[in-house]
Ligand binder design. Structure first.
Ligand code: GLN
Length: 197
């Protein structure tokens, strides 16, 4: 398969690259719009969504990526990456924008501040995955076409899929967990999306 791109503007992109490499998948460190071709999908890492928003505009990645998302390109957003894929945002900054694509409302920093970060086992597609929640968002509302993949015990939604878009609140890449990445690799293989730009 073609390599998988990892958006390397800000955040823990190195951990995603390492996780994909551990699965034998080649990667492209995407920093320029021209690198959004010859890849089978894209990972948007966790970090700080306001910064990813600003840098994606400065690096002129925002518009081509939005077009790709609309065309059905596979994208996997973790934490800040999930925020970037949400159509609606709660507790964003006044000027903050997302790429959109997922018909969900996401609430930023839903578990409190950095000191309230925690690790937990989460059921993902029926399998237990080890997940770190770091100033994590929560999926507050989902539209009718959105599949819920994981919920916490209290019912809060932390993983969703809609078509070729996958979004999770947590970080599997910092706990050595690979199952969610394996799931995304399968999504990319099945989509077999041809980037033409
Ligand atoms: N709270 C961060 C934001 O709003 C996300 C945190 C993370 O990606 N670990 O972007």
């Amino acid at each position: 398969m073609l390599p998988i791109g990892v958006l390397c503007l800000q955040g823990d992109f190195r951990e995603h690259i390492a996780t994909l490499h551990s699965l034998g998948i080649e990667t492209v460190a995407v920093r320029k719009p021209s690198q959004l071709k010859q890849i089978s999908g894209l990972v948007i890492p966790g970090g700080e969504s306001t910064v990813i928003d600003k840098l994606s505009k400065i690096y002129e990645i925002r518009e081509p990526l939005i077009k790709l998302i609309k065309d059905g390109f596979p994208v996997f957003g973790t934490c800040a990456g999930l925020i970037m894929l949400a159509e609606k945002l709660l507790d964003g900054t006044p000027t903050q924008q997302t790429f959109g694509g997922l018909d969900i409302t996401v609430q930023r920093n839903a578990f409190g501040s950095q000191v309230d970060s925690f690790e937990s086992e989460v059921s993902f597609k029926g399998e237990s995955v080890s997940a770190a929640f770091i100033r994590a968002p929560i999926v507050a509302e989902v539209g009718p076409s959105v599949e819920v993949l994981s919920k916490l015990e209290d019912g809060r939604i932390v993983a969703v899929r809609q078509g070729n878009l996958l979004g999770i609140s947590f970080h599997p890449e910092v706990t050595g967990e690979t199952k969610v990445h394996e799931y995304f690799v399968e999504m990319c293989k099945t989509a077999n999306f041809k980037t033409t730009n």
